[in-house]
Design a protein around this ligand. Structure first.
Ligand code: 5RP
Length: 264
């Protein structure tokens, strides 16, 4: 690994080897998602607690302060929508020159294993790896399932993560599932967890705690934070699980304290 790649990875992962990415990329296929209508305003209070910001170039250019010190993971796959024929039919949207111009610390590409667009999405990943490795920029693979949420078991997710790592992803983002150690155990690069649709507070803390105990290196958690009534409290509580090894009860206590203290 060259210095540039090492430096970017070190900016994305803290000294404890863990990370908490804040994804606000949902608009790229969902449009103005609830509480992400003004993405800059949603992100601003949470960014001081984030180790990375996962965002498209459009939101980055128009809604994020260029003085932002949080490393950016640029979403570079897309071209589909929730009302279109198939979410998996993505292509690369953002070329390597733009990635460099926007000073991204990494890029994110979705792969849709087991769909009609499996090969296309895996080749999107491989081609982006080829381009980014030339410049020491890590690629994060996003193991997406489209609308078929039932696919999220350890066997399937382990398959997706391993394939993504074999194609050159430096980080893989996937969903938490039962027996998550099987997903992490078969993947030679750091695995981080996405959140999915909003669940109750204890439920989020429990799956994040469980995933970390089973080898995850962090989270890329969106809706369960910024669609929450108290996003800052959620952010700080989850950060305590990731970076301070807080238990579920400790994290819930932090959540309650921050909520009562600031009302945010
Ligand atoms: C959307 C994404 C999101 O970054 C990812 O799903 C995390 O967000 P959430 O926790 O809301 O699921 O890749 O395609």
């Amino acid at each position: 690994m060259d210095w540039g790649m090492k430096n970017r990875m070190a900016r994305l992962f803290q000294k404890d080897g863990r990370t908490m990415f804040l994804p606000i990329d949902h608009g790229y296929f969902q449009g103005p998602t609830r509480r992400l209508e003004k993405p800059g305003e949603t992100a601003a209070p949470l960014l001081p607690y984030a180790d990375g910001l996962f965002v498209t170039r459009g939101v980055l250019r128009n809604a994020i302060d260029p003085a932002c010190e949080v490393p950016v993971i640029l979403r570079v796959s897309g071209g589909t929508s929730v009302i279109g024929a198939d979410l998996a039919n993505e292509e690369i949207t953002t070329d390597i020159e733009e990635v460099i111009r926007l000073n991204a610390a990494a890029v994110g590409v979705s792969v849709f294993v087991g769909t009609d667009y499996e090969r296309q999405s895996l080749m999107n990943l491989a081609k982006m790896v080829n381009a980014c490795e030339r410049y020491g920029i890590p690629v994060m693979a996003v193991t997406a399932v489209g609308k078929e949420l039932e696919k999220r078991d350890a066997r399937y997710l382990a398959l997706c993560c391993r394939i993504a790592a074999e194609l050159g992803a430096r980080v893989v983002k996937t969903y938490w599932c039962e027996n998550f150690e099987k997903v992490v155990g078969g993947c030679p690069v750091p695995v981080i967890m996405a959140g999915g649709p909003k669940v109750n507070d204890r439920g989020v803390m429990e799956f994040v705690r469980d995933g970390m105990d089973r080898g995850a290196c962090g989270v890329n958690l969106g809706r369960n934070i910024w669609q929450h009534e108290f996003p800052l409290a959620m952010m700080k509580a989850l950060s305590a699980i990731i970076h301070a090894d807080a238990s579920v009860d400790e994290a819930l206590a932090i959540f309650t304290a921050v909520k009562n203290d600031s009302g945010s």
